[in-house]
Structures are given as structure tokens and as C-alpha cells.
Ligand binder design. Sequence first.
Ligand code: AMP
Ligand code: TRP
Length: 333
Amino acid sequence: MARIFSGIQPTGTGTLGNYLGALRNWAAMQQGEDECVYCLVDMHAITTFQDPATLREQTYGMAALTLACGIDPERSILFHQSAVSAHARLAWIFNCVARMGWLKRMTQFKDKAGKNQEEVSTGLFVYPNLMAADIHAYHATKVPVGDDQLQHIELANDIAEKFNHDFGMSFFPRIEPFVLKETARVMSLRDGTKKMSKSDPSDQSRINMTDDADMIAQKIRKAKTDPEPLPDNLAALAERPEARNLLGIFAAVSGESQEALLARFAGSGFGPFKNALADALVAHVEPIANRTRDYLADKAELDRILQAGARKAAAIAGPIADEAERIVGFLPR
Ligand code: AMP
Ligand code: TRP
């Protein structure tokens, strides 16, 4: 049995990108042999300022969405990061293992900080060290993520290797990322070259997993496309990122292959294609939105689930953090 770890930030409401790139795989991975540990990474969230009341609300929201997507707290461990101190303890050690030069190469930091590098929090800079601690605190070896996170996984492997090398042992195992090819990256509805994101200022750029049928239909109708009709083969979409993105989404939520969908819509403009896509999306998203609302109606129950998850998580991660502290030379706690 291996252990799977993944995390999602409780900022914004979850998008279709989070669902197709992460949550759907999380639910599917529970069906296998491996133990699944899923974390709402509130400590990562505060690397950019979060209004406290909003953070609390969105942590409940993301817990509810995760459950609504089929994560079963009896089968998987679901909890919020700040509730398990091993993450912070190991992250500190990793702050002292990772090199400045490694972190300076992280494209997500460069994207997020932009020209503002002197003004962003130091937490944003060491964010990947905390992410490495999340995974290594469980000796997890399989990590399902969207492809935007691959560089962080490589860094987590570099940190583990340096730790093992510096202290002359193989304490942290290698991590294998898992990326689902078809939906590795769901793009913005306004710009097919940009990732669909919770933090995009335009709500029109994304499908939220809480959007109702009218909202979904309206966003798909307005989604950016191009004037050409749909082609009959995938290769012809190489230079048409918006069309490719909508086709990828359609295939992912309908279960039909992209080829089969093109065969059906080839030669037609985007009108009929978008209508069918909106129907398929609504059929997929609406039941999840309804279940999310039901879970959110009982916060005491959400607290109970997360706290029970945190106890199980701490039982695994606590001893691993203890051992890492012993290895670096700290006295017993
Ligand atoms: P975040 O929203 O950054 O906390 O991401 C949580 C998870 O969702 C990570 O595994 C991301 O890689 C994945 N994810 C976020 N946005 C997208 C997207 N547009 N397409 C695919 N996966 C995504
Ligand atoms: N950084 C990830 C993201 O923004 C979230 C995350 C934090 C994570 N810790 C993790 C993902 C550990 C996988 C494993 O998407």
C-alpha cells in the first residue's frame, strides 16, 4: 500500500479546473488500494492576505465541495492543514534545507509576485517548502495535481534528496506526481492561453462548482471562440486554444472522446456545440452544487469531519516530524 497526498487552497469557490484537475481524481483514487490523505491548505492560503471571516467561510466551502465531489471521510483522511502542527514543524526544517536559488526558479512565484517581488510576503516565497512538508510529513509517494504543480513536486524531491544526503540516510521517499492528461489544464473561458483560476478578477473566465444552470449556460454562450467552424480532426485545433479548451471540457464532463465529439460537430459553428456543452456541464455540475449546499448547511458536522480527519492525520505525521527533528539533532519533545 502506498500513501496518496494532495492539497487544495480554500480560497475562492472551487472551479471546474479544480474539479477536473484535482477533486475528481481525488475521489477516483479512493477506489484503489492506497491510503488517501486530502488537505485544505489554509496555511498556503495566507501567503497572500485573506480576510479572516472569508477564509473561515471558504474553508467550510471547500470542505463541503470536496465532500460533494465524493471524497468519503470514512475512506480518506480529510482535514485542514493548520490543525496538524507537523506541517509547520517540517516546513521549518525544509526552509533550512532548500536553497534560495531553487526557490527563485519557481515559475509560480515569479507569476504571482510579478514586478512586486519586494512587496510580497516571505511566505509566498517559501510556499513550495511548506508544500514539500505537506507531502513528506506522510511519507506519501503519489501526488495527484494539475500540471501547474509539477515544478513544486520536483522541488519537493530535491529537498528530500538533500535532506537524505545531508544526514546520511534515506528517510524521505521519492514522490511521483499524477497528472490526468486530458484535463491536466482547464483554461480560462476568456483567454485560452491562461489557466482557469479561482483568483481571476473576471467571474466570466471560469465555471464555479456552485454556479447554477442559467449561469453556466450564460458563461458558455459568452465564452471566447473564433470564427472558424469546428474541424473534423484534433490536429486542426493546434492553433485554436479556446476551441481546444471547450472540446477538452466537453469530453471530460460527457465521457465522450474528443474525436467522437468532433465527428458530431464538424463543419458546424460554435452555437450548437456550446448549447450541447452547456447541457453536459449542467448535468455534471448541478448535482455537485446541490450537495455542496447541503453540506454547508451543517457547519458543526463539517467541523466534526475535519477535526476527526486532523486526529488521524496527526497520528501519521506527528511521529514522522518527531523523527525528522531527531535526525537534525533536536532534543526529544
Ligand atoms: P489551487 O486552486 O491552486 O489550490 O489548486 C488546487 C488543485 O487544482 C491543484 O492540483 C491544481 O493543479 C488544480 N487546478 C487548479 N486550477 C486548475 C486548472 N485550471 N486546470 C487543471 N487543474 C487545476
Ligand atoms: N500548491 C498546491 C496548489 O496550489 C496546493 C498544495 C499544497 C498541494 N500542498 C500540496 C498539492 C501538497 C499537492 C500536494 O494547487
